[in-house]
Design a binder for this molecule. Structure first.
Ligand SMILES: [Zn+2]
Length: 450
C-alpha cells in the first residue's frame, strides 16, 4: 500500500503561504520569542483536526510538536526545524526583512532559507500526509518546530531532548542543511548532509613578565601571543578523511570527470591533502580543506588594561572545528607541537560539542538519492559534511540517524551560503514548489516502506 499524490499546485501554494506568515512573525534571536511561531503552527495543525503540543522551554521560547501515528511496525521518522532567525540589518535590504514581500518570483525575508522555508515545507508535507489514508503508514511521523538554534544558549530542542525524549525519539530525522543544488564546473550536485564537524571554542593564553612599559623586555605576553597567533595561522595540521568526505570527494570526481575529476582523485588517493585542487573555485577548495582537516581560526584578541603596563598575560579567542571522532586533546596536542618553542602557553577550553557522522548505506539515503534523480536526472546526490554545526547534535543523542535534507533547487551561480544569514535572504517560489514535492515523495514513500 502507498500514499496517493496530493494536488501539487495546492501543496506549493500552501507552503508559500506558511512561509510568508512565518517570516512576518519576528523571531529574531536574541530574544527569539519563538512562541509566536509555535502558536501559529499549532493553530494551522489544530485547524486540520490535529492535536499539537506547545512547550515553552524557557519563557517565550516556544516549541511545537505533533505526531501522526502509524501501525508501529517500524520506528518513527522525525521532521525537525528551528523557527528562530538571525538578526537582519534592515538598512542593507531592498525589502523589509519581515514583510515577506514577493518580488520577481522570490519570497524575500529573514529566514526564507534558514530555515522558515523548510519549516513551511515540512508543515505542508506533514499536513498533506495527515489528510491521506493513514492505514498505509508503517511508521509514526513526528513534526517538531523548535526554538533557539541560532545561538549557543541552547534553549530549544536540546531541552526537549533532555526533558521530553519520548516526544522526539525516532530512527531517522530530517532537517537542514542539504538536498539543495550546488554547481561545480557547470555540473549539478545535491549534497545531503550525513556528517557535521564538532565545535571547540577555546582560548590560547600567553604568559609573560609584567612590568613598566617604559622599559621594554623580551618576555612580553602581548608579543608572544602575537607570534603564536601568526604561527597557528600558518600551521599545517594533518589531513583526515572520514567516510563522508571520501564519498563526497569521490562522487564529485566522478561527476566532474576530465582533468578536474582526475585532480580530485589524485588528491584523495595520495592523501596529500594540503592544497586542495582549485577547480576554478576557491570557495570549494576552502570547503574541501575544512572537510578534511581540524581547523583553528583566531577570532579575537584580549590583552592589556593600561597603556603604560606590560600585562602578565594575553589571550587569543580560537574557533576550532574538529572532524567527527576527534576530541579537543588531539587538536591541542597538534597545536602544542606547532608551538613547541613557546614555553608559556596554555589552552583553556570554553565549550565543545563533538562532531557527528551517520551511516549513508541506509534505505532512507538510497530513497532520497533515487527521488532526487527522478526530479533532476542531471543532478548527482552525494553525502556531505557540514563544517558548521546544527541541532542534529541534540537529536543524535536520541539515537536517530540525522540527515540534512531540505530539498531546494537553485539557479547556477546562486549559492545557498551566500544568502543564508546575508542581506536580501530569499527563496524562489519555483524552488519551494519543487522542494516540497520532492520532500513529500521521500517522506510518504519512506513511511509506507515495509
Ligand atoms: Zn538553520
Amino acid at each position: 500500500m502507498s500514499l496517493s499524490s496530493p494536488n501539487w499546485q495546492a501543496l506549493a501554494e500552501q507552503t508559500v503561504r506558511y512561509l510568508r506568515d512565518l517570516i512576518r512573525l519576528d523571531t529574531t534571536n536574541p530574544p527569539g520569542n519563538e512562541i509566536v511561531a509555535a502558536e501559529y503552527i499549532a493553530g494551522v495543525l489544530r485547524a486540520a483536526g490535529l492535536d499539537p503540543i506547545v512547550i515553552e522551554t524557557a519563557p517565550r521560547r516556544g516549541n511545537v510538536i505533533a505526531r501522526l501515528t502509524g501501525d508501529g511496525s517500524a520506528p518513527p521518522l522525525l521532521l525537525y526545524s528551528h523557527t528562530d532567525v538571525v538578526p537582519a540589518e534592515r538598512e542593507h535590504w531592498t525589502t523589509d526583512p519581515f514583510s515577506a514581500e514577493v518580488k520577481d518570483g522570490f519570497v524575500y525575508g529573514r529566514g526564507a532559507l534558514d530555515m522558515k522555508g523548510v519549516v513551511a515545507m515540512q508543515l505542508a508535507v506533514f499536513l498533506a500526509i495527515a489528510g491521506q489514508d493513514r492505514q498505509a503508514l508503517r511508521r509514526d511521523l513526528i513534526f517538531a518546530a523548535t526554538a533557539d538554534e541560532e545561538s549557543d544558549t541552547n534553549q530549544g530542542i536540546g531541552v526537549l531532548v533532555e526533558k521530553h525524549p519520548d516526544l522526539l525519539r525516532a530512527e531517522y530525522a530530517l532537517s537542514e542543511f542539504g538536498g539543495h543544488s550546488m554547481y561545480v564546473n557547470g555540473r549539478c550536485f545535491y549534497p545531503i548532509q550525513t556528517a557535521e564537524k564538532g565545535a571547540l571554542w577555546m582560548r590560547m593564553v600567553a604568559y609573560g613578565r609584567p612590568g613598566h612599559a617604559s622599559v621594554p623586555h623580551a618576555e612580553n605576553a602581548v608579543v608572544w601571543l602575537a607570534r603564536a597567533v601568526d604561527r597557528l595561522a600558518g600551521a599545517r595540521l594533518g589531513a583526515h578523511v572520514t567516510p563522508t568526505a571520501r564519498a563526497f570527494i569521490g562522487a564529485l570526481a566522478d561527476g566532474l570527470g576530465g582533468r578536474a575529476g582526475a585532480a580530485l582523485r589524485a588528491w584523495l588517493d595520495l592523501e596529500a591533502l594540503r592544497e586542495a585542487p582549485l577547480l576554478g573555485d576557491p570557495t570549494l577548495a576552502a570547503e574541501l580543506h575544512a572537510m578534511t582537516h581540524n581547523t583553528v581560526t583566531p577570532t579575537g584578541l584580549r590583552a592589556g588594561y593600561k597603556t603604560n603596563v606590560i600585562p602578565s598575560s594575553a589571550e587569543a579567542v580560537l574557533d576550532c572545528r574538529l572532524l567527527p571522532g576527534y576530541a579537543p586533546d588531539a587538536l591541542i596536542a597538534d597545536l602544542r607541537g606547532a608551538l613547541r618553542d613557546f614555553p608559556h602557553l596554555d589552552f583553556v577550553v570554553d565549550s565543545f560539542g563533538e562532531g557527528l557522522e551517520f551511516p549513508f548505506d541506509t534505505p532512507l539515503f538510497a530513497l532520497i538519492a533515487r527521488i532526487l534523480k527522478q526530479h533532476d536526472p542531471t543532478g548527482i546526490p552525494l553525502p556531505y559534511m557540514m563544517t558548521g554545526s546544527t541541532d542534529a547534535k541534540h537529536v543524535a543523542r536520541l539515537g536517530a540517524i540525522c540527515y540534512g535534507f531540505s530539498p531546494l533547487r537553485f539557479a547556477p551561480g546562486e549559492r545557498f551560503f551566500d544568502l543564508v544569514h546575508g542581506h536580501d535572504e530569499r527563496v524562489a517560489i519555483d524552488s519551494l514548489a519543487w522542494g516540497v514535492r520532492v520532500l513529500y515523495e521521500v517522506v510518504s514513500a519512506f513511511l509506507a516502506m515495509p
